[in-house]
Design a protein around this ligand. Structure first.
Ligand code: GMT
Length: 375
């Protein structure tokens, strides 16, 4: 099948999922065309099955806002015609589903019928898309998609709650390629990051408000009152300075390593003992799954799709949003007892195996087949 994938090319979860999906599909013999404004960060290699087409938006002084949707829909039309793409798969509704639908309509004028699959990822529904300025366009483009998927049951429920959606939504959970993680804990080189008697706690995100990065620092502060530990903060975003400030105020700054964005997530998680994700909302929590596949237990909130990924008392623990005290207690329960820690690490991997790439990618192939039948 020839599949056009539209996504954000950044470190954000939706871009990672779209890129990993494209690469997996190419290995299964499909021809993949990524169409976006920059080469996706996780795109490891270009092969004769993977193509990347850059969307350029020419600057023009009249425009206060450069019309990306227009450039994207034009590029989609050109690429579909040139490469005979059969299905469009757009990740993140805004503005991709809107641009995809316009491309579909333009192509139809020329007698080309191409189905569009839209995958909803989270903030496109729960935060940005829900804003009254965007809502009519988001509702419209979801309803005009041939097949809609959401990355969790919770996100499906939210979409039906917030939007007047008529199209059926299929839940296709996010996935993980377990073959990409380091094979054993022995070669993790944890000594680079911490002393032997220190535990390593990790957080990875885009440091936006929704991630409650302050809670990460507060939980870590509680941990350090009882045991020796280091905190590795991976990512960049608007809340980073506040997090540093708070770490300083709480006297833990010298135990916190701010690493910035990284392409070496698996290496970092390989030597991590615990992962913290105290988000305000999280449609799925791909970062938690990435931790778990590396055998890292997760302390998260019980919001959104997180309970579908992290099993309370098994792969980690869940608590209410903002309940730093309970999350700190859970963290200590896992970290202070070696046997407990080993058990949770094993369980985290077990839980992650439910989301293995080999189980999920065929579901997307089915979705494409269904979409093709509809067009
Ligand atoms: O986490 C973010 O804010 C980025 C966002 C994205 O679109 O890249 O993540 C969303 O999609 C991910 C991949 O499906 C999910 O794992 C994240 O839970 C979701 N984020 C939120 O719902 C806040």
């Amino acid at each position: 099948m020839k599949i056009g994938i539209v996504c954000y090319p950044t470190f954000g979860g939706s871009g990672v999922v779209a890129t990993e999906l494209g690469m997996a599909l190419s290995k299964r013999g499909h021809e993949i065309h990524f169409i976006t404004y920059k080469q996706p960060v996780r795109l490891e290699h270009l092969s004769n099955h993977i193509h990347y087409h850059q969307v350029n938006v020419p600057e023009y002084p009249l425009f206060h806002y450069q019309p990306y949707e227009l450039a994207l829909s034009s590029k989609l039309v050109d690429m579909v015609k040139l490469h005979k793409i059969e299905v469009l798969h757009v990740h993140y509704a805004i503005p991709h589903a809107y641009a995809g639908y316009m491309a579909k309509k333009m192509l139809r004028e020329e007698g080309i019928h191409i189905p569009m699959v839209t995958t909803l990822h989270g903030t496109d529904i729960t935060l940005v898309g829900n804003h009254p300025f965007y809502k009519p366009a988001v509702t419209f483009s979801i309803n005009k998609s041939d097949v809609v998927t959401s990355v969790s049951q919770s996100l499906k429920d939210d979409t039906l709650k917030y939007f007047d959606v008529k199209t059926d939504i299929k839940v296709v959970h996010n996935f993980i390629d377990s073959s990409k993680r380091k094979s054993s804990f022995e070669d993790c080189q944890r000594a680079i990051m911490a002393n032997e008697d220190e535990k390593i706690v990790t957080h990875i995100s885009n440091f936006r408000k929704v991630k409650r990065v302050d809670d990460v620092i507060r939980i870590f502060h509680l941990i350090t009152k009882k045991i020796k530990a280091k905190l590795i903060m991976v990512g960049e975003g608007p809340e980073i300075e506040n997090a540093k400030q708070l770490a300083n105020e709480l006297g833990v700054l010298e135990k916190v390593i701010f690493m910035g964005e990284s392409n070496e997530i698996n290496k970092i998680l390989c030597f991590s003992d615990l992962f913290l994700l105290p988000s305000e909302n999280e449609s799925f929590g791909l970062a938690a799954l990435e931790a778990m596949v590396n055998g890292v237990p997760v302390i998260s909130t019980n919001t959104g799709g997180l309970p579908e990924v992290n099993k309370h008392g098994f792969s980690g623990y869940l608590a209410d949003v903002g309940d730093v005290k309970t999350m700190g207690e859970y963290a200590l329960e896992i970290l202070s007892d070696a046997e407990n820690l080993t058990r949770f690490k094993t369980n985290a991997k077990k839980m992650a195996s439910k989301f293995d790439i080999d189980a999920i990618v065929p579901l997307y192939e089915k979705v494409y087949e269904e979409a093709l039948q509809k067009s």
